[in-house]
Write a protein that binds this ligand. Structure first.
Ligand SMILES: Cc1ncc(COP(=O)(O)O)c(C=O)c1O
Length: 373
């Protein structure tokens, strides 16, 4: 059997990682400014993480959601504290798309409605409703094109208010910062108006913090820069530092009903030990503060580079928009400078490094980027 060939690959075989660095099978070292799509939060192969999940798998890797799992309870409690949502409840699943799927499903159970508002350039995952809410017709199969979604321009308050005023919108789903869409930030004014309109018209507000959350922007969630409180928040990527895991943070306005939501693997013992180890390292190494500081430095330095058309971002979620396509630049960064970066569309270079990126590593990146421009 061969692999189903859906990924355009770089010709690099990564076999080892440590902190913000990875190595290929030839022994070449690379600076990781992408964290494997924003997944590596505390750094590759962190010793505390390695020890925690190794011990857990040697004790109990998995038992089903039909028994008490104190690791899940510990995770809910600690996550609630660190992110400032202690009164919310946690539902655990395995991937970002699944988190959004469950959030949208719960919103529909709650409101009895079926229409969803999403935004131009949004990305919410590849399962049925999550992909329908994703503004990319190329990945929406005919079976997923069910007419539930209205896409609106981001930050257009009037268009949003007019749509919600129809009174039949189940949920609005919005990224804390659009990632795949090119690092586009919802304005504070827009988020405040959105919160108000959702409350007024009985629409559930879902913040997709799968890429922008978990400390990446220098606060636990990107929307916390605006001071709003959504009805549900979805998290994935950095929660397990590479161990597949995701969660929905659910406001007390929702009443849980036995059997309404469920999963086989979600919140298993091994996944919870990974997520708890991630929170330990966040606290011990002050990673959220580090993301704010190192991110501010990177943004300042990048904004001085004349050949970049626009620099957008917050903390360690940064997009560099160029006049011309960045495909060549990204290849040169990888092969000549040994730096991993990401892309959004054709012209935006995307930086999503581990949150432990040091000032020295950030400075090394700036030097290597300049060498390619
Ligand atoms: C904002 C956002 N939502 C949802 C997803 C989907 O997550 P997953 O690939 O874990 O299903 C992603 C993945 O890139 C994302 O960036």
């Amino acid at each position: 059997m061969k692999l189903f060939d859906v990924y355009p690959l770089f010709d690099v075989n990564i076999v080892k990682g440590k902190g913000c660095h990875v190595w290929d099978d030839q022994g070449n070292e690379y600076l990781d400014l992408y964290g494997g799509h924003a997944v590596i939060s505390i750094g590759h192969a962190h010793p505390h993480y390695v020890e925690s999940i190794s011990k857990q798998v040697a004790t109990l890797g998995f038992y089903s959601n039909s028994v008490i799992n104190t690791l899940q309870q510990q995770l809910a409690e600690r996550l609630g504290k660190i992110c400032g949502y202690e009164d919310y409840s946690l539902f655990l699943i395995n991937s970002g798309a699944e988190a959004n799927e469950n959030a949208l499903k719960l919103a529909s159970f709650h409101t009895g409605r079926t229409r969803v508002v999403s935004f131009n350039k949004a990305f919410h995952g590849r399962t049925s409703l999550a992909v329908e809410a994703t503004d990319n017709p190329k990945i929406i199969a005919p079976i997923n094109a069910n007419g539930h979604i209205t896409y609106l321009p981001l930050n257009d308050i009037e268009a949003m208010q007019a749509e919600l005023a129809k009174g039949d919108v189940c949920a609005v789903i919005i990224e804390g910062i659009q990632g795949v869409g090119g690092i586009r930030i919802p304005s504070t004014e827009f988020l405040l108006a959105l919160r108000e309109a959702c409350t007024k018209y009985g629409t559930i507000l879902i913040l997709d913090e799968i890429q922008s959350g978990y400390g990446r922007t220098g606060k636990f969630f990107a929307h916390q820069h605006s001071g709003i409180r959504p009805d549900m928040i979805t998290v994935a990527k950095g929660i397990g530092n590479g161990f597949p895991m995701a969660g929905v943070l659910i406001s007390p306005m929702f009443t849980p009903i036995y059997g309404q939501l469920g999963t086989t693997f979600g919140g298993n013992h091994l996944a919870c030990s990974a997520a708890l180890a991630v929170l330990d390292v966040f606290e011990q190494e002050h990673l959220i503060e580090n993301a704010a500081q190192v991110g501010a430095y990177l943004l300042e330095e990048l904004k001085q580079i004349k050949s970049i058309k626009e620099v957008r971002g917050l903390g360690l979620m940064i997009g560099l928009e160029f006049e011309e396509p960045i495909k060549e630049l990204r290849l040169r960064l990888l092969h000549e400078q040994h730096v991993f970066t990401g892309a959004s569309g054709t012209n935006v270079l995307r930086l999503l490094p581990p949150l432990c990126l040091s000032m020295e590593e950030a400075a090394a990146f700036i030097k290597r980027l300049k060498a390619c421009l």
